[in-house]
Design a protein around this ligand. Structure first.
Ligand code: FAD
Ligand code: MLT
Ligand code: ZN
Length: 465
């Protein structure tokens, strides 16, 4: 369906002209996310500021069969918020209020356009803690986090976004407003529809408001960075952390190649070791007098020859700098060509996965680098194919796709998933069948048709109808 001038005039009548962007440069900006698509095409950008406006917009769009792309902070990595077919973009950025912190029930009610960081900071003022954290926190929005079911850096301890949600307000394709789960911690009345919207990537409706769980502020956090000789030893370190009964709040790993990219892009950052190691891990724990201290843990790890070197962050600056080595990998890779995989495996299969991947990589084109990092404590490995821009783009894509095929077949063999946390969006939809059986996909399509019979909500994302 083509969006006409009359449609745009009608949408302006709902929102006021200053809240409909038509300037091609601005529209183009909003039609991209962090997956950095080559070609995009949107009709206009809508900037509503409350649920009623969104309801009117969607009722209008359904009536006129206008496709709508819900848009958050556009930090997504699966092209979920990308517009390619002249859609209207519905940006949630003006719904940015933290409405209500409940220090007794340990909940917070927020509008969907609040950034992850703004939420974290707002609840920190009440000495509380919002547990989902990710490198994109400054731009990613709660609506986007919910729509992608973002995982992030503290998943090992607190779970992902799905584990935090207690209530949702959603506007459906026809403009109806659904209030789901009443912000209750316990509620077994019927099917839990709320969870359908978490991870739905804007294809079922627009999330406008959410009530989320808060946690108590962690006690003092201790962070160590360790150098490790082999990947299996990183996994053994994870096992040791479980045995030690420590309160682990994050356990991340990155390869030397990955951190090398950060050291090139961020000249102010340094590796805290005199020599380089093939792998590094960051271990963050909440200090707890009843369990092993970080020093004791590292001592045991040395005795068992799991680690070659270790440093403890001894100031808040060192704490931030060590985390920066991990968090800046995404940004550093974005300076060249990159194709990203976001793989999930049973933790027991991680070592076999690495063995098989390394064998596969023996035959790869030397111009393509394979950069590994991720949330190892959750079985989530980010495999990134990367090349500098001196390589011809078409050659890069061809070679990266070839490698991706081989890696995905290993993931398939090991019954893993091709999306641990970034979602399917436009980029992975051809591979959904590697993770979900035909019957499962047909039920997903049935749900899509039930909520969005005219197919206006983010069409072409996750699957084609
Ligand atoms: P967008 O990119 O704007 O949109 C993502 C999807 O959600 C799209 O399909 C869009 O249509 C839909 N959507 C957005 N808002 C709404 C809404 N209100 N209602 C309905 N649908 C909506 N992801 C992780 O899971 N873990 C990480 O550790 C992590 N780290 C990152 C680090 C960096 C540096 C970057 C750039 C990205 C990272 N990401 C990570 C990916 C990304 O930040 C997450 O997917 C995030 O949740 C996207 O939020 P957003 O607001 O930017 O959503
Ligand atoms: C991360 O863990 O840093 C994110 O998921 C981003 C990425 O995969 O690049
Ligand atoms: Zn991640």
């Amino acid at each position: 369906m083509k969006v006409t001038k009359k449609n745009i005039d009608d949408l302006e009548a709902i929102l006021g002209p200053s809240h409909v962007l038509k300037d091609p440069k601005q529209v183009q900006e909003y039609s991209k996310d962090w997956s950095k698509p080559q070609e995009t095409f949107a009709s206009c950008v809508l900037l509503p500021n409350h649920t009623e406006e969104i309801s009117k917009i969607l009722a209008y769009c359904q009536k006129h069969q206008i496709p709508v792309v819900p848009s958050g902070g556009r930090t997504g990595l699966a092209a979920g918020a990308v517009a390619k077919q002249g859609e209207v973009i519905l940006s949630l950025g003006r719904l940015n209020k933290v409405l209500n912190v409940d220090p007794v029930g340990l909940t917070v009610e927020v509008e969907a356009g609040v950034t992850t960081q703004a939420l974290q900071e707002a609840v920190a003022k009440e000495s509380l803690f919002y547990a989902v954290d990710l490198g994109a926190r400054g731009s990613s929005q709660i609506g986007g986090n919910l729509a992608t079911n973002a995982g992030g850096l503290k998943f090992i301890r607190y779970g992902g976004t799905r584990e935090q949600v207690l209530g949702l307000e959603v506007v459906l394709a026809g403009g109806q407003v659904l209030n789901l789960n009443r912000a209750l911690r316990k509620n077994n009345a019927g099917y839990p529809l709320m969870y359908l919207f978490v991870g739905s990537e804007g294809t079922l409706g627009v999330i406008t408001r959410a009530t989320l769980k808060l946690s108590k502020k962690p006690r003092e956090l201790t962070l160590a960075c360790v150098g490790v000789e082999t990947f299996p030893k990183v996994v053994d370190l994870l096992a040791l952390s479980h045995q030690s009964n420590m309160s682990v709040t994050a356990l991340e790993f990155f390869s030397d190649l990955a951190v090398g990219k950060v050291l090139i892009s961020f000249s102010g950052l340094k590796l805290p070791f005199a020599e380089r190691f093939p792998y590094y891990a960051l271990i963050e724990i909440e200090e707890d007098l009843s369990s092993l201290s970080m020093e004791q843990f590292l001592e045991t790890a040395f005795e068992k020859e799991l680690i070659r070197d270790a440093v403890l962050a001894s100031s808040s600056q060192e704490f931030r700098d060590l985390w920066a080595l991990r968090e800046n990998i995404t940004e550093s890779l974005s300076h060249g060509y990159v194709r990203k995989n976001d793989i999930s495996l049973s933790i027991k299969d991680l070592c076999v996965f690495f063995e098989k991947v390394n064998k596969t990589l023996e035959k790869k084109d030397p111009k393509i680098e394979v950069v590994m990092f991720g949330h190892i404590g959750d079985g989530n490995v980010h495999v990134n194919y990367s090349a500098d821009r001196l390589v011809d783009h078409d050659t890069f894509i061809k070679e990266a796709q070839l490698l991706e095929r081989r890696i995905f077949s290993i993931v398939h063999e090991l019954k893993g998933s091709i999306s641990a946390e970034h979602g399917i969006g436009l980029l992975k939809k051809d591979d959904l069948k590697l993770v979900c059986e035909e019957l499962e996909i047909s039920y997903m399509k049935g749900i899509k048709q039930l909520f969005d019979p005219k197919g206006i909500m983010n069409p072409g994302k996750i699957f084609d109808l």
